[in-house]
Design a protein around this ligand. Structure first.
Ligand SMILES: [Fe+2]
Length: 408
């Protein structure tokens, strides 16, 4: 994130003597990424360092690691119906791994519980980006309180200590984890960090955490920390982790609503990079891009074909999460929460006569909502945990009449 914030009280000059109250020295901490070269925030703890564990850390039986299928499945396109997940657990235990690679993990979670008041989560494996498919709630972190609702992206930097409070009965998330920071696409931003005037995103159009007074409290506080690709260790603190008197910097959780992705359109069909919202890693050499397929004005050329062409980008594995079923190219097949995975070695296309049917959409506003992730030079595998949600007929679905209009 490029917008630098200051919240609460911080010294004018970094790393200088500063007091929480007379005779109580505030204790400084840097939360940074990419060595000491990337985004960072400077935090001032009331009186105790976050290192002050009061008992031995404990490995929990909870195992969030994606399981490898054995034997490996044949090369095929996948359709995983995450909308059929039953609500269970909280936003940690409710995670079901879907696909994974060396630096990327995607999971779905449909959960019904808030985190207990004295228990917190810290992802030490990956930066998290959520897409909220259903539900609403609050993320309480050391940086403040951040509300989220259906349609939001929620960006939580690796290492943030937070808990989730649900406001709805349950909540459904698509969760992307990357070992590398997930940010607005750098080519949207100028050297000062402002979005270019032609960008589909506006860097200030984000939801920011509302800072709360320091919790200068002793007690029993547990921090579940994810590490090692999905192991979870419980850390025990004798003081509340939200004990900041202030912080400043560019690394903090924020939200961005898909309603605020402003599509850039042209007279004929536009390829996905025009829909990009976020990026992780150094495109196009590694990491991934995330595109928001938000309803937009379709091409208005008199002979435009609004549906996409058959395609594959052989250096990208592609996943698509369908928030609703309005995406014409897949009508009759996808359901809310459908997650398709197309390995880079396989072309994929609209179903049936979707191309011909899409002529009716020329120049009209569409209302689909789908999230796409394309890796760069990173192959993904389907996790064994996703198998119960898989549509076994998907590989041959292009050869079936899924829409009542045969392609043949
Ligand atoms: Fe595609």
């Amino acid at each position: 994130m490029s917008v630098i914030l200051t919240r609460g009280r911080v010294p004018k000059t970094p790393h200088t003597e500063f007091y929480s109250e007379p005779d109580v020295l505030a204790l400084e901490e840097i939360h940074g990424v990419t060595g000491f070269s990337g985004d960072w925030s400077r935090k001032y703890h009331y009186r105790k360092y976050p290192t002050q564990q009061v008992s031995e850390p404990k490995r929990l039986p909870l195992d969030l690691r994606p399981q490898t299928m054995a034997p490996h499945q044949p090369l095929q396109p996948w359709h995983i119906r995450t909308g059929r997940l039953k609500a269970h657990g909280d936003h940690i235990s409710g995670r079901v791994p879907l696909v994974y690679g060396p630096t990327t993990l995607m999971s779905a979670a449909r959960f019904e519980k808030s985190c207990p008041a004295a228990r917190f989560f810290r992802n030490g494996d990956g930066h998290e980006l959520w897409f909220v498919q259903q539900g609403s709630g609050l993320i309480a972190s050391e940086y403040g309180v951040l509300p989220f609702r259906k349609g939001h992206y929620v960006n939580i930097p690796k290492g943030t200590t937070y808990r989730v409070e649900l406001e709805s009965e349950d909540c459904a998330l698509l969760i992307v984890e990357s070992r590398m920071p997930i940010q607005f696409a750098p080519h949207y931003l100028n050297a000062s960090g402002q979005a270019h005037l032609t960008s589909p995103v506006v860097e200030t159009e984000t939801g920011l955490p509302e800072f709360r007074p320091a919790r200068d409290e002793d007690g029993e506080f547990r921090v579940w920390t994810k590490h090692g690709g999905g192991l979870v260790t419980e850390l025990f603190l004798g003081h509340h982790p939200f004990d900041l008197i202030g912080w400043e910097g560019a690394l903090y959780p924020y939200t961005f609503h898909t309603d605020d992705h402003h599509p850039v359109v042209r007279r004929i069909h536009t390829a996905p990079p025009a829909r990009q919202t976020f990026q992780s890693g150094t495109a196009p050499h590694n990491g991934f891009s995330i595109c928001t397929f938000k309803g937009q004005l379709e091409g208005w050329h008199p002979r435009d074909v609004p549906a996409p062409y058959a395609h594959f980008n052989v250096d990208s594995d592609e996943v698509m999460f369908f928030s609703n079923t309005s995406y014409g190219a897949r009508k009759g097949l996808v359901e809310p929460g459908s997650f398709t995975f197309h390995p880079g070695s396989l072309p994929h296309s609209p179903h049936g006569m979707a191309a011909k049917r899409s002529f009716a959409e020329r120049g009209k506003l569409s209302d689909y909502l789908a999230i796409m992730l394309d890796t760069f030079y990173e192959p993904l595998e389907v996790a064994k945990q996703a198998l119960p949600l898989a549509d076994k007929d998907y590989p041959t679905s292009w050869n079936r009449d899924t829409q009542g209009i045969s392609a043949a």
